[in-house]
Write a protein that binds this ligand. Structure first.
Ligand SMILES: [Zn+2]
Ligand SMILES: [Zn+2]
Length: 427
């Protein structure tokens, strides 16, 4: 199928969009390469046209894929302590946990650090190969749908930080040999991020399916819901709230996420329950010269602090203690203010929501650190590290809070101050 003629131009013509965080209808001016449109009310990014929008994502994605392949076949890390040596390949960070009966956690780690990023890179390469050739590849709509579904669950860069933290943790215990695979993985992570930040959902959909059918005359600076239209979460087009599915991407139409506050609240309670074993049970078991030492998350932070590894103690404390607690409290507060129909500090609360959504994945650092240490430190009775039960509970907290943040609809923050009673009755 040929690309619609309007899509050949390397600019985005002026058009109307609805902000997906505050529901404001905005007229976006013509965008040139390297420009981004922000919502004048909540500051959310409405649209982005990166420089060289056709070439860069493809080049970055292909480079990233090659680097990932090299990272898997080349030696990753090796250590030497008191004459005993051990080495690990990249895939062993997940496979060691599998053999230790932490199968679910092992599969989750492998998915997040390698398989899902690889899938996203392949999908981007396929899609953009078509764009570059001036064509829409077969199955482009399904590819795009899956690409944006998988993206939030990819954690390549989080894993890279975890490897760095692990290296600093064991630097005082053993000699470390960094293999070529490690550098390839660093390059893979950087190229992966560069490829993904160049993606814009609305722009991709306009290229593969053309412009959205008109829904009539709309007033700028007013909420979409008050005008009987809403944003399609699949392709970011404007659709009539009476439609069942989006005519362009077939995404189900929901003027607001159904039962957003209830689901978010229930998931937050679950996260709180999981947070107890995650902190009380050991996350890591160390066997050294016949002695077994169990360490909890907080115990590990205190130990690192006492050893003088202040930066690493801070990284672990922020990622494993501060971020999950702040995220849970922030989402509870957002749910409560929406429930109370609080009309104050709406811009600030929307920013807080954006932050909680962004930082949530970084809590996985500690789980990845345990996986790397368990794979690397295998020297029999001299010193061996095993994962503890808390690693599973903690991964659960991260996943559950991520889903809670996804289900929270930030537009409710703006609805609270100005209920659209007439439209709501129809929903
Ligand atoms: Zn907005
Ligand atoms: Zn759509």
């Amino acid at each position: 199928m040929p690309v619609p003629s309007h899509a050949y131009t390397e600019h985005i013509a002026s058009h109307e969009v609805i902000c997906h965080e505050c529901d404001l209808l905005v007229q976006v001016p013509r965008l040139e390469e390297g420009e981004q449109a922000l919502c004048p009310r909540c500051g959310n990014s409405l649209m982005l046209l990166p420089k060289a929008p056709l070439q860069r994502p493809l080049v970055y994605a292909l480079t990233s894929l090659i680097m990932l392949l090299c990272a898997n076949v080349l030696p990753f890390l090796a250590i030497n302590a008191k004459g005993m040596a051990n080495s690990m390949n990249l895939y062993q960070a997940a496979s060691v946990l599998f053999s230790e009966d932490y199968r679910l956690l092992s599969i989750a780690i492998y998915l997040c650090m390698q398989l899902l990023p690889a899938c996203c890179l392949l999908l981007v390469s396929y899609l953009y190969y078509g764009f570059l050739r001036g064509r829409v590849v077969p199955g482009a709509t399904t590819v795009t749908r899956w690409l944006f579904r998988l993206l939030p669950w990819t954690m390549a860069e989080v894993f890279m930080v975890a490897v760095l933290v692990s290296l600093i943790k064991i630097a005082s215990l053993a000699d470390i040999f960094i293999g070529a695979g490690f550098w390839c993985f660093c390059l893979f992570s950087v190229m992966y991020i560069k490829s993904m930040v160049h993606l814009d959902r609305a722009w991709i959909w306009s290229r593969i399916a053309g412009p959205m059918p008109s829904v009539g005359l709309l007033l700028q600076g007013k909420e979409g819901l008050s005008q009987g239209v809403t944003l399609c979460h699949g392709c970011h087009g404007i659709i009539d709230i009476q439609s069942e599915r989006c005519p362009r991407c077939q995404h189900k139409v929901h003027p607001r996420t159904p039962h957003s506050i209830e689901y978010c609240f229930a998931l937050l309670i679950t996260a709180c329950i999981l947070y107890l074993p995650a902190n009380l049970l050991p996350i890591m078991v160390t066997e050294s010269l016949g002695q077994t030492h169990y360490s909890t998350i907080l115990g590990g932070v205190v130990l690192l602090w006492n050893m003088g590894s202040y930066p690493i103690a801070l990284v672990i404390f922020i990622a494993s203690v501060l971020v999950p607690i702040t995220k849970i409290l922030a989402l509870f507060w957002l749910c409560y203010t929406v429930y109370r129909q609080d009309g104050h500090h709406r811009r600030g609360r929307t920013r807080l929501y954006r932050l909680t959504e962004f930082i949530g994945r970084w809590s996985m650092v500690d789980v990845f650190v345990v996986a790397v240490l368990a794979a690397l430190i295998r020297m029999g009775k001299l010193m061996s590290i095993y994962p503890g039960t808390a690693a599973v509970a903690f991964a659960g907290v991260v996943v559950v809070t991520m889903i809670a943040a996804m289900l929270f609809d930030p537009r409710l923050i703006w609805d609270a101050a100005q209920p659209h009673k007439d439209t709501r009755r129809d929903l």
